[in-house]
Design a protein around this ligand. Structure first.
Ligand SMILES: C[S@@+](CC[C@H](N)C(=O)[O-])C[C@H]1O[C@@H](n2cnc3c(N)ncnc32)[C@H](O)[C@@H]1O
Length: 283
């Protein structure tokens, strides 16, 4: 197994989260994955690679879009994600889909293997996102498309709750980092893509409201995805106090019935390889 994701601990977090990832009854990864696939404009018969496929929020809509005349390959570096998603693929009888352990930093396929490469909420987790995008560009056929989603805006109540939790981390533990610079805004994304030979054809924001029964449900959801990276470093004897502080921070998101609603915005970027003759001059 390659080791890029292991070096920063990201993959261990998702390995431990795999069983509950996108399975806590919260509408989040599913709608975002479906929107990414919709924007990629996948046609029946196309060959698709889904990097960092997780539990299939992107993979399954992509398999619908290609139909059985096409093919979708999902890769993820967390073996538990791959095993559980492969079971779901088999259960759904999708013979045109395969899922395997593979590194999204450097997917190992021959050049020009795919019509579409999809990366749902993953590129900013990679050790070297620019190099990964360059590899994806090489994997595309000449008129192929790369479609990625990245976070655009978090609910202020979510940000406040994350800060409240982070205040309970040991002093030597780094605080969660803000959005990765190559994806900070439309301009940065366009420049990042251009630097690796990809022309952006569209960047669209997509907002989603997610509902939680209460703060315990929100915490259950936080343990089920990348939020686990923060929670798992809070000492066990501080978790109750951390949860109480997060609950106070989430008050602005509380509904009259006691539930919580948080709004998240992602950017979906679609890009296509520059024809060799139209490559921009390196700056
Ligand atoms: C936030 S989840 C997104 C999963 C899925 N695309 C979705 O939209 O629900 C990120 C996924 O990327 C995987 N991942 C992180 N680093 C990776 C790497 N270097 N190679 C492959 N997968 C990686 C994680 O294991 C996790 O399944």
């Amino acid at each position: 197994m390659t080791s890029s994701g292991r070096s920063n601990g990201t993959v261990e977090v998702f390995e431990q989260a795999a069983a509950s990832y996108d399975r806590t009854g919260v509408s989040f990864f599913g709608p975002f994955g479906a929107e990414l696939v919709r924007r990629a404009g996948i046609r029946p018969g196309e060959r698709v690679l889904d990097v960092g496929c997780g539990r299939g929020a992107v993979l399954f809509p992509a398999a619908d879009a290609t139909g059985s005349t096409g093919h979708v390959t999902g890769i993820d570096l967390a073996p538990a994600m791959v095993a559980l998603t492969a079971e779901d693929v088999t259960r759904a009888g999708l013979t045109h889909v395969d899922v395997r352990v593979g590194d999204a930093q450097q997917p190992d396929f021959p050049p020009g293997s795919f019509d579409v490469v999809l990366a749902g909420l993953v590129v900013f987790l990679l050790p070297d996102p620019r190099q990964a995008l360059q590899t994806y560009a090489r994997l595309l056929r000449p008129a192929g498309r790369l479609a990625i989603s990245t976070f655009a805006a978090q609910d202020p109540a979510f940000v406040a709750a994350m800060d409240a939790l982070a205040a309970h981390l040991p002093a030597d533990r780094p605080r969660p980092a803000p959005a990765a610079a190559p994806f900070a805004d439309d301009g940065a994304i366009t420049a990042t893509m251009a630097a690796v030979g990809l022309a952006v054809t569209a960047i669209r924001e997509h907002r989603l409201e997610s509902h939680f029964h209460n703060v315990d449900h929100w915490m259950e959801w936080m343990w089920s995805h990348g939020g686990r990276a923060l929670l798992s470093h809070i000492p066990a004897d501080r978790l109750d106090a951390a949860t109480a502080d997060a609950a106070r921070a989430l008050e602005p998101a509380r509904l009259s019935g006691g539930g919580l609603t948080l709004t998240t915005a992602i950017r979906v970027t679609v890009a296509t390889p520059y024809p060799a003759a139209a490559q921009p001059e390196p700056s």
